[in-house]
Unconditional design. Structure first.
Length: 212
């Protein structure tokens, strides 16, 4: 297979955010589905691509890249996406906003973590849903408060999509999958509406990326 290839699971938040970045960069790419529920990420062939057994993996420019934030940073640096401000203080604030989702909420709500927690639970009737809601709702409430210090116009940190939007939108998709209470989040929902109207986000949506 030639060209840019994304090894992808359409419901993976990390893969979802990379798809958005690829679309923002105007990069044509093909996808290879790695079914996490079927354990394909632990197959010998995928472990050659990524010894961590994770998605996404992006093959581009003769490179094989892993870790969604590293991939997005590469696309930002090489394709001029300007996903973060250049001024150091504003850059730090914007990066912290994005990482409040990507570094704090997402890892603990990773499917493999939630499934393991469910396996250890003595009351697994509502697991892993209970686990997801326990972490996602507080994370979004904090994000909502942090947004108050930014000039939303109409995205998280300004007039064009930034890294925080790429991290937030997939997490909101997962929040709805797990019936997380989204009340009291007007800033977040306003950002979500703006992103939903942007082609790069719409084309990255899991419903638009079912395997052929």
């Amino acid at each position: 297979m030639s060209g840019v290839v994304l090894y992808d699971y359409r419901w993976s938040s990390a893969s979802y955010r990379v798809r958005i970045a690829l679309n923002l960069a105007g990069i044509n790419y093909s996808t290879v589905s790695v079914d996490l529920k079927e354990g394909e990420q632990k197959s010998t062939s995928h472990l050659v691509r990524n010894p961590q057994g994770l998605v996404p993996v992006l093959e581009i420019d003769g490179l094989r890249l892993t870790q969604s934030l590293a991939i997005i940073d590469y696309l930002d640096q090489t394709r001029g996406l300007v996903l973060l401000p250049t001024e150091p203080a504003e850059r730090a604030k914007s990066l912290a906003l994005a990482q409040s989702i990507a570094v704090d909420v997402h890892p603990v709500c990773n499917l493999s973590v939630a499934q393991y927690a469910a396996a250890l639970s003595e009351n697994a009737d509502d697991m892993p849903g209970e686990w997801m809601r326990h972490f996602i709702r507080p994370g979004l409430l904090a994000f909502e408060t942090l947004l108050a210090s930014f000039d939303q116009a109409p995205y998280c940190t300004g007039a064009k999509p930034g890294l925080a939007d790429l991290c937030l939108v997939p997490q909101l998709y997962n929040a709805r999958r797990w019936d997380v209470d989204l009340s009291g989040l007007p800033r977040i929902l306003s950002v979500e509406a703006a992103c939903a109207a942007h082609p790069s986000f719409a084309e990255a949506h899991p419903d638009a990326n079912a395997p052929a």
